[in-house]
Design a protein around this ligand. Structure first.
Ligand code: XIL
Length: 560
């Protein structure tokens, strides 16, 4: 082929890739400079002229009571992704000061992050220290690596390590040292995302070079996620129909940064079906405020930027909560808790001022026990309530209003859709807040339906929304997901709740708690392989369930 035509073809393919936001599978051959992409949004990493400096943050995900602690090493979610076909080699030049251990992760599937655990899927980790070179391989079947091999080395301060997929094996080498293990198909999905980590308290290490090359008929290509574009929404998308539903109603879902970065199908659904995004876990205190003086907005920013690029309203979840708090916060002395809570609210709401349209300021203030001493649920007992009593709610809302006067401020609760003691307690609580002049704008009805036979009566929900309107409060459906007793019952429930929201003018949005069972929050806790729930409108293979058609029909009917 003459050079000019070849150049045209390459250009044509590149433009197609850009439009489709993916270039897989990689064609034969190739070399990719993986440090050329974005490394500035990785927690603990600083990109500079000599490479990327990695500082150890010791990120952990803790259990609700503050115990446990699973390592949560940073993933470069905005950075280059490598597309691979057949055999390939990745080489990394590591500059490692004495005492430090450098870790580099290659993920074939991005981990799923819940708020008490991290589901590791397929990937590998290379670690280099003074005396050892190791290769750990996860096959998706266990939280622990399926293989973890170490070879003794005397590593110089600057060392180049390579990892190759080579005829069914994964081979790690540095100088003359080699570690080889059978490949359980870590990169079969065709793409690689990168992660880095360091030991906290030890001097930073530097990733001075990171390159991929194709081997023996294989192919590599790099995809720069900064240029990714989503497809246009189909004409019957939920968001499209909702814009035309008598009054425009934002239709949202809780979303997570990891699948938005690592799963094209998920990202396409997110962008095309929804006009609103709730930050699922990324802005919960344990993720956004990992140390007393450390905030980490990288994942929240990714979500907020994705929403802006796709014209979505952002609902921030959640400023104050009895759960999902980092261990250090759970250990704050009672006398310091008001300052810690209000600083947290001010800093997080202040960071997102003008970009997050509305917040769950207080999540789940009621006790889960409906049979409390006063004949209903009292306030949930937790660190904030213990220190300030009910006034923690007033203080949280006041701090949020001061930090972002334009944002709409919500109190979010579960189990209050039906008549009964939970609804009575919630109504009484918000009535007291209004009477005290607390700047609360609305109430979120989570609308989780998690058991067979459980259901929400749309008429009761409507009457609660109307009662709140009389107090001057908006309402929203904030977290609906529905146990899949049968696809039809599930569809009827989703549609009934949407119908209730559409018919009450003060219901400001309808949001599901997730999009697809592939990443649903009702998955069995920490089970390998993943045991997903079936509560969401799209199944594990991203196929629509009848619920999606039912939501569409409800929106169409409202538009007539
Ligand atoms: C859930 C998350 O989606 C999961 O990833 C996590 O493991 C547990 O919490 N009500 C809420 C949300 O307000 O914060 C919860 O989110 C779901 C119930």
């Amino acid at each position: 082929m003459p050079n000019l035509s070849r150049a045209c073809l390459t250009l044509f393919v590149s433009v197609l890739c850009l439009l489709a936001s993916a270039c897989s599978p990689a064609r034969s051959g190739g070399r990719a400079d993986l440090l050329a992409g974005d490394w500035s949004h990785v927690p603990g990493a600083t990109a500079g002229s000599g490479g990327v400096r990695i500082h150890g943050l010791g990120r952990q995900i803790v259990l609700q009571d503050g115990t446990g602690g699973q390592p949560h090493p940073p993933v470069n979610l905005r950075g280059p992704q490598l597309q691979v076909r057949g055999d390939f080699r990745v080489s990394a030049t590591v500059h490692r000061p004495a005492g430090q251990t450098a870790s580099l992760y290659l993920y074939g599937e991005v981990p799923i992050v819940y708020d008490e655990w991290r589901q590791m899927r397929r990937g590998l980790r290379i670690t280099v220290s003074e005396r050892a070179l190791s290769l750990a391989v996860w096959d998706g079947g266990s939280a622990a690596p399926a293989v973890d091999r170490t070879a003794p080395v005397t590593a110089p301060a600057t060392v180049t390590v390579t990892v190759e997929r080579d005829a069914g094996d994964l081979v790690l080498s540095a100088g003359d040292t080699r570690v080889s293990v059978p490949d359980p198909g870590v990169f079969d999905a065709g793409s690689v995302m990168f992660g880095v980590d360091a030991v906290p308290g030890e001097p930073d290490w530097t990733l001075a070079a990171l390159e991929a090359t194709a081997r023996d008929g294989g192919g590599v290509a790099v995809r720069d996620t900064r240029t990714a574009r989503e497809p246009a929404p189909p004409s019957d998308s939920l968001r499209g129909l909702a814009e035309d539903a008598g009054r425009p109603l934002p239709i949202g879902a809780a979303m997570a940064a990891e699948p938005l970065a690592g799963d094209d199908g998920y990202r396409a659904l997110a962008a095309t079906q929804f006009s609103m995004l709730t930050t699922e876990n990324a802005l919960k205190p344990q993720f956004v405020h990992p140390g007393p003086d450390t905030y980490d907005f990288t994942e929240g920013d990714l979500l907020v930027d994705f929403a802006a690029a796709n014209r979505m309203r952002v609902h921030g979840h959640t400023l104050v909560f009895g759960e999902a708090n980092p261990r250090w916060m759970q250990q704050v002395a009672v006398a310091d808790r008001e300052r810690v809570m209000t600083d947290h609210v001010r800093t997080v709401a202040g960071h997102y001022r003008g970009r997050v349209a509305e917040w769950d300021v207080v999540n789940e203030p009621l006790s889960p026990d409906d049979d409390g001493p006063d004949g209903g649920p009292g306030l949930r007992e937790h660190l904030w309530q213990e220190a300030m009593g009910e006034s923690y709610i007033d203080k949280a809302f006041t701090a949020a209003r001061a930090a972002d006067p334009e944002a709409k401020l919500y109190l979010n609760e579960f189990g209050a859709e039906a008549d009964g003691p939970r609804w009575d307690a919630l109504y009484a609580l918000v009535a007291r807040l209004k009477e005290r002049g607390v700047p609360v704008d609305g109430v979120g009805f989570q609308s989780h339906i998690h058991e067979a036979g459980d259901h929400i009566d749309p008429a009761q929900l409507r009457s609660h929304i109307a009662d709140l309107a009389e107090l001057g409060l908006s309402a929203r459906i904030s977290e609906i997901d529905v146990y899949g007793e049968s696809p039809d019952v599930q569809a009827t429930q989703f549609a009934g709740v949407l119908g209730a929201c559409l018919s009450e003018p003060t219901c400001t949005s309808f949001s599901t708690w997730g999009i697809t069972d592939r990443y649903g929050s009702t998955a069995e806790h920490d089970s390998y392989p993943l045991e997903p729930g079936d509560e969401l409108p799209w199944d594990q293979l991203l196929r629509e369930k009848p619920a999606v058609a039912a939501l569409r029909d409800t929106l169409r009917a409202a538009g007539r």
